[in-house]
Design a protein around this ligand. Structure first.
Ligand code: SAM
Length: 214
């Protein structure tokens, strides 16, 4: 599957989703086929979301690439991911921030949390947490970067609070089930934020105290 992975990465470079060497190297290294359920292994290198159980999906590779590029991740950064899913996106981020970095990733569905924890066990810089990520993870705050892989009705206040000044938060926000805006929020000072709309996306809902209350 190495050849298919290389082809996927070449395609993402050609379509300008991958722009930097660090994202390219990370996506060349992480075997997406090991994170998707066995019945979808053969589709692992198609550029599309795939079911991972519990009504959830793994994001399409171009979305993972784009989010990593926009976040401008650096080695050694402290990062919070809300929505671990199968753990693929977390593995790519872990490769970029390296062993000197730290990634806290939160999943609310227990079965997905357990599976992702097992898949990510060799990444010592990753801590997988079973909790409601809309509340963030106070005990390790503040973070250089926070990204959310599920769509919220509004930007959760705890996530804004737990971001470092100068930090970046990436989150899909919108009240439509099939269309949201991907927002990049930069923290300029403790109470001053600059928000840029990066365009339309479609994510599963972010469910929790500061998300959707189903
Ligand atoms: N990045 C993931 C991957 O590589 O597989 C895909 C994540 S999937 C699109 C979104 C995930 O967010 C789902 O697994 C869902 O259960 C989770 N989620 C939704 N609301 C959440 C919350 N409040 N806290 C933590 N996880 C949440």
């Amino acid at each position: 599957m190495l050849e298919e992975r290389k082809k996927m990465v070449e395609d993402l470079v050609a379509r300008n989703y991958i722009k930097t060497e660090k994202v390219k190297k990370a996506m060349e290294k992480v075997p997406r086929e090991n994170f998707v359920p066995p019945e979808h292994r053969m589709s692992a290198y198609l550029d599309q979301p795939l079911p991972i159980g519990e009504g959830q999906t793994i994001s399409a590779p171009h979305m993972v690439a784009m989010m990593c590029e926009v976040l401008d991740l650096e080695r050694g950064m402290k990062v919070l991911e809300v929505g671990t899913g199968c753990g693929y996106h977390a593995a790519v981020v872990a490769e970029i921030i390296g062993e000197e970095g730290k990634l806290y990733t939160i999943e609310r569905i227990e079965s997905l949390y357990k599976r992702a924890k097992e898949k990510l066990k060799d990444y010592k810089q990753v801590k997988v947490i079973h909790a409601d990520g809309t509340e963030g993870w106070e005990e390790a705050a503040p973070y250089d970067r926070i990204y959310v892989t599920a769509a919220a009705p509004d930007v959760p206040e705890p996530l804004k609070r737990q971001l470092k000044v100068g930090g970046k938060l990436l989150i899909p926000v919108g009240r439509d089930r099939f269309y949201q805006d991907l927002l990049l929020v930069e923290k300029l000072s403790e109470d001053n934020f600059k928000t840029k709309n990066l365009g339309g996306v479609a994510f599963v809902p972010l469910i929790g105290k500061y998300g959707w209350r189903f």
